[in-house]
Design a protein around this ligand. Structure first.
Ligand code: NAP
Length: 245
């Protein structure tokens, strides 16, 4: 078991990629704090994990609230004893062309995807620095590397996460804390469900592996970056995208 005795906090754990990461980590022996806004969905994931013999606890959290993050990180360390792994996965899209993008579409995406990850990384860093070990994995996107029309807000948030990853890795390396990012390509979740079929067909032509990815394939990469297997890896961006970039 690669994560035996570890405590992991996963944001956006109620569905999609976050749910897959939480299930993978629990199956590898971690105690998992499941965070998202919808408590019922989190409880369902916790029940699934318990039924498979794992350990997980739901914590209602809107990552864009600084007070909320502070309270949840405190509650996690109180209930689960420590914090070894942070997965900043919660994310949203509000697509639109730049000339028509409303202020609130920009703010909502940046506040969730980037500000939320900052709040969590800051809170986790304090604990991990005391522990003298820890792993932070930020879920960015290939769009943060390449840009995408209609996603200036989303791409900016995901590129921002990469800058934050590289900077924090440099700050925390001396404390034995590794900070990395994953840049998923197009993964089958609710987020990509609504893409028009014609766009999906065009995308498929650009993906050398010829298919969209599965959430479990991102979870395997997250497991690598959260486990001892990656102890000499920090400040990196791992693209898990079927060769798209
Ligand atoms: P998803 O199925 O839409 O799930 C998003 C998760 O984030 C949900 O659990 C949602 O739960 C949570 N969330 C949203 N806003 C939140 C907030 N303010 N506070 C706390 N939790 C919040 O998306 P996904 O496809 O699994 O994406 C997960 C991450 O991977 C995102 O950061 C996304 O940008 C990134 N990504 C996805 C793809 C893809 O193709 N799917 C590609 C590249 C990167 P609640 O709504 O209950 O809060």
């Amino acid at each position: 078991m690669l994560l035996d005795g570890k405590v992991a906090l996963v944001t956006g754990a109620s569905r999609g990629i976050g749910r897959a990461i939480a299930k993978e980590f629990a199956s590898q022996g971690a105690k998992v704090a499941l965070c998202a806004r919808s408590v019922d969905a989190l409880q369902a994931v916790a029940d699934e994990i318990a039924a498979a013999g794992g350990c997980a606890q739901p914590f209602a959290l809107d990552v864009s609230s600084a007070d909320g993050v502070r309270a949840v990180v405190e509650a996690v360390t109180e209930h689960l004893g420590r914090l070894d792994i942070l997965i900043n996965n919660a994310g949203i899209t509000r697509d639109g062309l730049i000339a028509r993008m409303k202020d609130d579409a920009w703010e909502e995406v940046l506040n969730t995807n980037l500000r939320g990850a900052f709040y969590l990384a800051r809170a986790a860093a304090k604990i991990m620095m005391r522990q003298r070990c820890g792993k932070i994995v930020n879920i960015s996107s290939v769009v943060g590397l390449t840009g995408n029309p209609g996603q200036a807000n989303y791409a900016a948030s995901k590129a921002g996460l990469i800058g934050m990853t590289r900077s924090v890795a440099k700050e925390l390396g001396s404390r034995n804390i590794q900070v990395n990012a994953i840049a998923p390509g197009f993964i089958v979740t609710d987020m990509t469900d609504s893409l028009p079929e014609a766009l999906k067909a065009t995308l498929l032509e650009q993906i050398p592996l010829g298919r969209l990815g599965q959430p479990e394939e991102i979870a395997k990469a997250a497991l690598f970056l959260a486990s001892d297997w990656s102890d000499y890896v920090t400040g990196q961006v791992l693209a898990v995208c079927g060769g798209l970039t």
